[in-house]
Design a protein around this ligand. Structure first.
Ligand code: ZN
Length: 393
């Protein structure tokens, strides 16, 4: 029976009360699904006695449930695996771009139950928080009220926010410096809210519930209005600052390549930012175009579009090979609006990889995500789950 069927309204407080020593159990069940007590104890390095002691109160208060009887893989005894009731709690995930706001409501395991996209209105923190609240209300009417929210955007926590000070966020694309967005959102939405860098959130979302599920090592590259990068090593997504990402976006792939606004030739952004791709296409075609049209016309044999696809795809192959060579990761996830264009040039991607790999017998596993922003918004919901359910902030 779910908590809604029992008639009590779910709230995040039940998760906040979970003891720190029981949190790894929550994470394991959340990410890997139902497990017997024996399996859980083995995977977490606990005795079955400790595991039973830690899980008993969680089962009693309904956060964990026992599934149907299976036979224990070690002893063959009948046992009932533990699980979370993913559908009992819902989370709001929001991604903010320079011109849009994208929202989803998901369950505990990031299954989307409602989504909506709309243009971004006024850009003051208060106006953005009010728009997030209106988006939440709209999605809640279509689905279920979320118990917590994760909002993601291009930016980072302010470097000066020390202990005891209000957590603040810098988002240069909105002209925000030291904005206490989490507390503004909390006051407006009246539910716990967390604000995170959008690329890191996408990486966390893919790691737990997406294309990188089950991997301990992978990289994520985002090619859109900006260039983003996240690296996950040993199961942990490493934090990057805005400066780190700027350096990554201007890393030179070919000193004879196209020019970027800073004056480099052949940096990552000069090949793969949406602006670079669209302005090259507009120059060649004498009118503005969208990424989908470039891919379509390249398929139809248009020389300008074919060349843009070739160049961007080749650069993506070179970039993926460079990342793999330097970090040792074998899987590279790609997201962002420019994907529409490079997706059409797979053989050029392979050619770019070959150029930077001496022994290309073990190709890099490149996984392309959806180019829509709902996957990013889902990353926001995963950040809310990570923060309030798994870490219990
Ligand atoms: Zn550059």
């Amino acid at each position: 029976m779910t908590s809604e069927q029992r008639g009590d309204r779910p709230s995040i407080e039940a998760w906040e009360a979970v003891s720190p020593s029981a949190r790894p159990i929550i994470r394991e069940l959340l990410v890997t699904g139902p497990r017997t007590r024996t399996e859980l104890a083995r995977r977490l390095g606990l005795s079955t006695g400790s595991l039973t002691r830690l899980t008993k109160p969680l089962v009693r208060c309904g956060l964990l449930v026992e599934r149907g009887i299976v036979h224990d893989e070690t002893h063959g005894h009948p046992t009932r695996p533990l699980d979370l009731v993913a559908g009992d709690y819902h989370f709001l995930g929001v991604k903010i771009t320079a011109d849009g706001m994208y929202g989803v409501v998901t369950d505990l395991r990031a299954e989307v139950v409602a989504e909506h996209a709309e243009p971004l209105g006024a850009r003051t923190p208060e106006a953005v928080a009010a728009q997030v609240a209106a988006l939440r209300d709209r999605l809640a009417r279509e689905s279920v009220p979320p118990v917590a929210a994760g909002v993601t955007l291009g930016g980072n926590p302010s470097p000066l926010g020390g202990a005891g000070q209000l957590a603040t966020f810098d988002a240069p694309f909105l002209g925000w410096r030291q904005v206490p967005l989490e507390s503004v959102l909390h006051e407006t939405l009246k539910i716990p809210c967390v604000v995170r860098n959008d690329v890191a959130a996408l990486a966390h979302g893919q790691h737990w519930f997406g294309a990188a599920r089950g991997l301990t090592d992978f990289a994520l590259v985002t090619i859109g209005a900006g260039i983003g990068y996240a690296l996950c090593l040993g199961g942990r997504v490493l934090e990057s600052t805005e400066e780190d990402l700027v350096e990554f976006g201007h890393h030179i792939l070919d000193p004879g390549g196209p020019m970027c606004p800073v004056g480099h030739r052949g940096c990552v952004g000069s090949y793969l930012s949406t602006e670079a791709i669209l302005s090259a296409a507009a120059y060649g075609l004498h009118r503005p175009v969208q990424p989908e049209e470039i891919a379509r016309r390249a398929g139809e044999g248009n020389a300008v579009c074919q060349d843009i696809v070739r160049q961007g795809s080749w650069a993506l192959g070179v970039l993926a090979a460079t990342i793999a060579n330097l970090t040792g990761v074998k899987t590279v996830l790609i997201a962002g609006e420019s994907l529409e264009v490079v997706r059409a040039g797979r053989r050029h991607i392979a050619e770019g990889m070959r150029r930077r790999r001496l022994h290309h017998h073990r190709p890099i596993d490149m996984r392309m995500l959806s180019s829509s922003f709902s996957e990013w918004a889902r990353g926001g919901a995963v950040e809310a789950v990570r923060t309030f359910v798994v870490e219990g902030r």
